[in-house]
Design a protein around this ligand. Structure first.
Ligand code: TRP
Length: 467
């Protein structure tokens, strides 16, 4: 059956635009903020290695599955799954996976926008030289001051959400494609400037050893975290890549394209690590600081080395651009779906959805200050409480949404998508979309999608829930 559907939302000019878009989605806070700090926390090289394995065996097959489902379906993820399932004689309920993913993507956007907002605040702070010569203690206090101030957080969160909505409202070609053509090259240039700078700090090899020195005894510590992060960093499991796949030209080779995206994402994460750790060491700081690495440790480091003010500003601009090209991909699946479903204007639907995400995001804003005592999922001596004010354990609003999305919705979504491509779509359809020349390569990739990736997700998912 030839695939001659076209998307009503528009198409990328070439497969390169898909690469820009999918790489833009993949490269984000996950690469620049989470990856370096997780590497710091889970002991360097051992974590890096588990991460690479998870990317190759699980993340990439899922990304491939999403892309090919999207391109074959040519509609929003929900409708693509529905129509492809019906074509294959399967239940249209497969589309529920995409519905769940869509909600997951909006939930991620709600807190992503808040954290991205911090980087906006830091662009201003760095630019004004507020961190020059700062001590670790004062940097901690300054970060504490930011997240303790709901007004300031709201301001930046609002601004970032408006930026995101603005690009999406303008549409696939005039909004997404046009801005990605500018932002992605900028992102790479900024990253290279930063890497070049880290060479000059005199601590480059120290950073290099930290990232790549391999300690076998630490390998198992970070497997669960590495798997969760592999999903997050590749943006798979919610339909972001699927919706971008639906705008891909018919002739483009999916295999090579997806491989390029995965490699670029990994290279950016490694380069970010290589750029940041030498700066951390040069500033006399420790790499294991956790989430505070980017907002406390780095500012101290930048504040205390030559050209730190300029480079620090460049760095936070980089973070903002990376987060922006990711956040748009979280909004697009739902916007595409509701445009298809209601026939209303893209601008109207974008505005409503952005407002909704903004509202949910206010929960994250408040979880750092006035609602920090509001705890969900509390396991206490007297039993389980879904919600309790001021409980000892439990998770605040932000942690709850983060947990719900990255530990539950992403793996479930990714599993459904890869199972759909591997077991429902049919061998011939998959072969036609992939169009590999080598039959051996096809069999290998198909086997990864049918067997290896699903088992990988299941094992880690169960291990996670029973932990
Ligand atoms: N991959 C992005 C990052 O590393 C985040 C992201 C964008 C994402 N779209 C997503 C994560 C969809 C999960 C699902 O920062």
């Amino acid at each position: 059956m030839a695939n001659d559907k076209v998307s009503i939302h528009g198409s990328w000019a070439s497969r390169w635009v898909f690469i820009l878009a999918a790489t833009g989605s993949a490269v984000g806070l996950g690469n620049i903020w989470k990856f370096p700090y997780m590497t710091g926390v889970y002991g360097g090289g051992a974590f890096v290695m588990m991460y690479l394995v998870c990317i190759a065996l699980v993340g990439m097959p899922i990304m491939l599955a999403e892309t090919l489902i999207g391109r074959r379906g040519r509609q929003s993820p929900v409708n693509s799954l529905k129509s492809l399932a019906l074509d294959s004689g399967a239940s249209p309920r497969w589309s529920w996976a995409a519905l769940m993913g869509m909600v997951g993507a909006l939930l991620i956007l709600s807190f992503y926008s808040v954290v991205a907002g911090w980087s906006l605040d830091y662009i201003v702070g760095m630019g004004r030289g507020q961190f020059n010569g700062i001590s670790a203690e004062n940097a901690g206090a300054s970060f504490g001051g930011l997240i303790g101030d709901p007004w300031r957080l709201t301001l930046w969160h609002t601004l970032f959400m408006v930026l995101t909505g603005f690009v999406i409202a303008r549409g696939v070609v005039a909004g997404l494609e046009r801005s990605l053509r500018v932002m992605m090259p900028l992102l790479f240039v900024l990253l290279l400037i930063l890497l070049g700078y880290s060479f000059t700090t005199g601590h480059f090899m120290e950073g290099f050893h930290f990232l790549f020195s391999f300690q076998p005894e630490k390998v198992l510590d970070g497997v669960l975290a590495a798997m969760g992060h592999a999903f997050f960093t590749l943006s798979v499991g919610v339909g972001s890549i699927m919706v971008y796949g639906s705008y891909m030209p018919k002739k483009a080779s999916i295999g090579a394209t997806v491989l390029t995206v995965g490699i670029l994402d990994t290279l950016v994460a490694l380069t970010a690590g290589l750029a940041l750790f030498p700066i951390v060491f040069a500033g006399g700081m420790e790499p294991g600081a956790g989430p505070g690495l980017m907002f406390i440790t780095l500012p101290v480091a930048f504040g205390n080395i030559a050209f730190g003010q300029v480079m620090g500003t460049v760095f936070f601009i980089l973070v903002m651009v990376a987060a922006w090209t990711s956040s748009i991909s979280m909004l697009e699946p739902a916007v595409a779906y509701l445009v298809e479903r209601t026939g209303r204007s893209r601008t109207l639907i974008t505005s409503i959805l952005a407002l909704l995400c903004w509202l949910v995001g206010m929960g994250t804003v408040f979880s750092f200050n006035i609602w920090s005592e509001a705890k969900f999922f509390v396991f206490a001596v007297d039993g389980f409480h879904l919600f309790q004010w001021g409980a000892e354990g439990g998770k605040n609003f932000f942690d709850s949404i983060d947990y719900l999305t990255s530990r539950i919705l992403l793996p479930l979504g990714g599993l459904s998508f890869v199972l759909f491509a591997g077991w429902v779509l049919g061998r011939d359809a998959v072969r036609e979309e992939l169009a590999f020349r080598s039959p051996v390569l096809f069999s290998l990739v198909y086997w990864l999608m049918r067997v290896v990736a699903p088992i990988g997700v299941l094992v880690v998912f169960v291990a996670e829930l029973t932990k």
